[in-house]
Design a protein around this ligand. Structure first.
Ligand SMILES: [Zn+2]
Length: 387
């Protein structure tokens, strides 16, 4: 009967061990795999390590590390469990696996860099379980969402579903800009608000709804009219802007400010039974002015006047905006950059159209001068107020 020592020696004879310093010098080469227990991992880990406890290795590893040819450096506390883990990985078909000799203890003793990993609470693991099951999100992706800051322009038809889904998904900071009061005519489509909050500031009603849904979300409210004088301060520090505004003046202002701050804008608009969504990624794809260089005259601009809209329509378009926002934050999939998605509720069809960057765009084009934020009046007439 072999002793544990015999088993360890047998495993070590079949795997490669690597010195901590060699791994530390080539962190961009190795994928680090931590096979310790969760309580050990939470007290400190190698930077960027993937964490799969030894007991879950066989069943969990393929969803966490799909590339079986990638160089993997696996570690535990002292180098024993990682030796067995390395042997298991080899048996599973991973071709380039090494066990870090001496493990995390020797790594620390040699003064190499380590960090306290951001970890989720037990409640968060339950709440975001369906995200954690997706390799494209997983714990690292969920942590990105929890660390993310998204600014919602408008707590109305589009902003409502976007805010609710982003809060539910665990986006950690949501800013809400709106200067209106909840009115009974809003309730046909603005699902953030309720009958018992009529007359309340919309930002406060939004904050109450989001806080009731997910305590992980910090809600910052801006009960202001966005203008050339305040927009740069308001959008500062946000990762993504979700534009649910319904007028040309604000869209131009948002476009120009987002170019200055290089913050992507997830745009949505609705009219009667039709909606559109796209992503304006500064200097990567087209901007709003590439698509619509100047505001239409007021008599031709339906969004400057009140228009009818089917109640559910903003739910569809605002949800697409939420999807695009999550994709941008997670860095997965093909965001709607350079593509305009058009939804027709009566036909029940969706089409996408190419939108190209305009080299002659007055805002983001090659020959565009410095961006000067302009204020537009209620009739959609621009007048400059300085940068
Ligand atoms: Zn442009």
């Amino acid at each position: 009967m072999p002793t544990p020592r015999d088993l360890l020696n047998a495993a070590k004879a079949e795997i490669r061990e690597v010195d901590p310093r060699e791994v530390a010098a080539r962190l961009d080469h190795y994928t680090l795999l931590d096979v310790r227990e969760p309580d050990e991992y939470e007290q400190g880990a190698l930077p960027g390590a993937v964490h799969v406890p030894r007991g879950q290795l066989e069943f969990a590893i393929e969803s966490r590390l799909a590339d079986k040819g990638a160089p993997i450096a696996v570690y535990c506390a002292g180098g024993t469990r990682s030796a067995f883990a390395a042997k298991t990985l080899q048996d599973l078909g991973y071709g380039d696996v090494a066990s870090i000799a001496g493990g995390f203890n020797r790594w620390k003793d040699e003064g190499l860099e380590w960090a306290l990993p951001a970890t989720m609470t037990a409640d968060q693991r339950v709440r975001y379980h369906r995200h954690l099951l997706l390799p494209e999100v997983g714990e690292a992706g969920q942590q990105k969402l929890l660390d993310a800051k998204v600014l919602l322009l408008g707590a109305g038809g589009l902003g409502s579903p976007a805010a609710i889904y982003l809060a539910a998904a665990g986006v950690g900071t949501l800013g809400v800009v709106d200067m209106d009061v909840v009115d009974s005519s809003n309730l046909q489509r603005q699902i953030l608000h309720t009958l018992d909050r009529l007359g309340m500031r919309k930002v406060d009603s939004a904050k109450a709804a989001l806080a009731a849904l997910n305590p992980d979300v910090k809600v910052r409210t801006y009960d202001v009219r966005l203008g050339a004088d305040n927009i740069l301060d308001v959008i500062d520090g946000y990762d993504v802007i979700v534009d649910g505004t319904d007028n040309f003046p604000t869209r131009y202002l948002v476009n120009d400010a987002s170019l200055l701050k290089r913050i992507p804008v997830v745009h949505g608009s609705i009219f009667r039974f039709e909606g559109q969504a796209t992503v304006f990624y500064p200097y990567v794809g087209p901007c709003y002015r590439c698509m619509i260089p100047e505001p239409p005259p007021p008599e031709l601009a339906p969004s400057c006047a009140e228009a009818g809209v089917l109640g559910v329509l903003p739910g569809v378009v605002g949800s697409i905006q939420a999807v695009e926002t999550l994709k941008l934050l997670l860095g997965v999939g093909d965001p709607l950059v350079g593509r305009l998605l058009s939804y027709d509720a009566l036909e029940e069809t969706m089409r996408t159209f190419r939108v190209r960057r305009d080299p002659a765009c007055p805002a983001c084009g090659d020959a565009a001068g410095p961006i000067v934020l302009a204020e537009y009046d209620d009739l959609c007439m621009p007048h400059k107020v300085g940068a």
